[in-house]
Design a protein around this ligand. Structure first.
Ligand SMILES: [Fe+2]
Length: 251
């Protein structure tokens, strides 16, 4: 199975720049690169912060751009997004219990797309109903492997300013995963930095966003935007292996 993960496009009002960059041009370049090189992909997943400020015009621009994107894709929300405005721009997508989450069953197992957005909060949250949904969705695999996509990482990456705004309910989330012992990998967004490792024995990766990045400040508790070049993730999964490549798409 081959997947693409794209994260944190942070679309602005069309024509407005962000840190001197054009998020729309960046996402365009990313989608063009994916379409040109990965026509065989099973699914493209965009792991949240679709927009920077949640404006209707930003979602409308995304809907128009994706209307011309030929590959199968799923959209997730991040802390910069607005559920109501997203829903208005994508009326064909029905929320599940009020949340934009769901799962896709594949030959290699179940891909679970978990909604960690809590309106008005920078860090991620999983309300009791979302944890219950996750528990049922993992139980529904019948013991087959599962792979979790979520905007907010539950694990620290040792960048203090980013770790402070990761998933706030990480222990309760970990307890649900521990009941099932079948999650093989967590694919997160939010941090705008590539990192890889394991958390409670589960593999994880994070990625650069398609626009601005977060500086790698490991020993200072402050946030700084960086303009390191963007990339997206190319993921190969089989019974034995999860492989993630970080692919640059800017010249
Ligand atoms: Fe972001």
């Amino acid at each position: 199975m081959k997947l693409i993960q794209i994260t944190d496009p942070h679309l602005t009002l069309p024509g407005e720049t962000l840190f001197g960059l054009d998020p729309h041009a960046r996402l365009d370049a990313c989608l063009d690169h994916v379409a040109k090189h990965h026509g065989d992909v099973d699914l493209v997943i965009v792991t949240g912060d679709l927009t920077h400020d949640g404006e209707p015009a930003a979602y409308a621009a995304l809907a128009e751009r994706l209307g011309g994107f030929a590959l199968p894709f799923r959209l997730m929300l991040g802390n910069h997004d607005d559920r109501g405005r997203f829903a208005a721009a994508f009326p064909a997508l029905a929320p599940d219990g009020g949340f934009f989450q769901g799962f896709v069953d594949t030959a290699e197992g179940r891909l679970i797309l978990l909604d960690t957005l809590e309106a008005g909060r920078v860090e991620g949250h999983l309300s009791p109903e979302r944890l219950h949904w996750l528990d049922r969705t993992l139980a529904g695999t019948g013991g087959r492997p599962a792979f979790v996509f979520m905007h907010h990482p539950p694990f620290p990456i040792h960048v203090p300013a980013l770790d402070a705004v990761r998933l706030a309910d990480a222990e309760r989330f970990a307890a649900v995963l521990a009941r099932h012992e079948n999650v093989r990998h967590i694919f997160a967004g939010h941090v705008h930095r590539p990192s890889a490792g394991t958390w409670n024995g589960i593999g994880f990766t994070t990625l650069f966003g398609t626009c601005q990045q977060s500086a790698a400040l490991f020993s200072e508790n402050r946030f700084e935007t960086s303009l390191e070049p963007p990339s997206y993730g190319v993921v190969f999964i089989d019974a034995a292996t999860v492989t993630v490549h970080f692919v640059s798409f800017m010249a």
